[in-house]
Write a protein that binds this ligand. Structure first.
Ligand code: F0G
Length: 367
């Protein structure tokens, strides 16, 4: 028998969200976890936003998940359950991150991933992930909402398991992010802000916060504020967007599947849905990267843009605890990030010198 060295005994290797929270998740007993050790993501304190708001503002950095977005939390659950139930193939519609995550977990599980995406509207990093993990990628002349309709139709008529967030097991996995926030802070925050697209994530967070409060693990639930892109803001206007459009392609969705659950989260928490423009989103993305060292993809900055918009409009967060979830990694979509940077009037790296210290010093403005 090997013994653990004393100095290592207290260290805990994060096991992934199913094993960390299994007793709190509604998944069939005995389902083996197919995991890439997702979750356990950092809550990073933002001095920048805390200073602006005179609140304690924390960033839940979901880009630190194995495939670079929060989707891995729900995907470990959905793929584990599908595999245990005997599925051979899995399907999803996606704006990019769900497909990247599904493909990775399907590869780990030995399942065949089938992905439906809107043609020409997927960030290059996400597409590369799905392809390299072995997905069959089908591009659809249409938007995400059309892709979801097709994915549901395929799962209904053919032997493929649907793992979009209309599958309730996805929300079971995703709600663990709320558990982690409360575990870290010692209680629920006063406010929770996040981007909203298909509305699974806000619904899952609300499930998680509510469950912790019911169990007495939190004394309260947060006010939930969801932010959508102006060109794809059905929850703000109350009407589907037939032709959603935004440069934050991850949330380019006109008819969210979890519409009703998201409205319940807003109503029960005393929260709201608001929209922000693409310029606000891209500017928030740059500011977050420059101030806090956290590089997120455009859609992920919608919550930051929303907080800044509210402050500009006179809203006060002073004295409260605020969590802003940033949902995906900036490296997923460097093209849009750099376009945003260039269009803000700043110059990209354009200084080229010979390998000479004096030349470097001159170029750097040091000499
Ligand atoms: N942020 C990112 C980075 C996303 O990829 C998504 C959704 C959201 C926010 C919105 O979350 O849909 O639960 O309200 N992406 C899905 C996808 C639609 O296919 O990757 P939501």
């Amino acid at each position: 028998m090997t013994t653990t060295p004393p100095a290592l005994q207290h260290r805990h290797q994060w096991r992934g969200v199913i094993e960390e929270y299994r007793s709190l998740l509604e998944i069939p007993a005995g389902t083996p976890a197919i995991t890439l050790r997702e979750g356990g993501t950092p809550l990073v304190h933002s001095e920048w936003l805390s200073g602006l708001t005179r609140a304690e503002v924390w960033l839940k950095v979901e880009g630190d998940n194995p495939t670079g977005s929060f989707k891995d939390r729900g995907m470990t659950a959905a793929i584990s359950v599908a595999k245990h139930a005997g599925a051979q193939a899995v399907v999803c519609a996606s704006t990019g991150n769900t497909s990247a995550s599904m493909a990775a977990y399907a590869a780990k599980a030995g399942l065949k991933p089938l992905v439906l995406v809107p043609e020409g509207k997927i960030a290059a990093g996400k597409m590369a992930q799905a392809i390299l993990h072995g997905a069959q990628v089908i591009m659809v002349r249409g938007n995400f909402d059309d892709c979801l309709m097709l994915a549901k139709g395929l799962a209904w008529e053919y032997p493929v398991a649907l793992v979009n967030s209309v599958n309730p097991v996805r929300l079971e996995g995703q709600k663990t992010a709320a558990f982690e926030i409360v575990d870290f802070l010692g209680d629920a925050p006063d406010y929770h802000l996040l981007p909203v697209g298909n509305a699974g994530n806000i619904s899952a967070y609300w499930l998680g916060f509510s469950q912790y409060a019911q169990l007495g693990l939190a004394t309260k639930t947060p006010i939930m504020r969801g932010f959508q892109a102006e060109g794809a803001a059905p929850l703000v206007t109350g009407e589907p967007f037939p032709d959603p459009e935004t440069r934050a392609t991850a949330i380019r969705i006109g008819n969210p599947a979890s519409w009703k659950l998201a409205e319940a989260a807003r109503n029960e928490s005393g929260g709201s849905f608001q929209s922000v423009t693409d310029d606000q989103i891209l500017s928030a993305q740059r500011d977050l990267a420059a101030h806090d060292g956290v590089f997120v993809e455009p859609a992920s900055a919608a919550g930051i843009a929303g907080l800044l918009q509210e402050l500009a409009g006179g809203e006060s967060y002073a004295g409260s605890t605020v969590v802003v979830t940033v949902t995906g990694h900036g490296l997923k979509d460097t093209a849009t990030a750099l376009e945003g940077f260039a269009s803000s009037g700043q110059s990209l790296v354009d200084t080229v010198i010979d390998a000479d210290v004096t030349a470097a010093a001159v170029a750097a403005g040091l000499a």
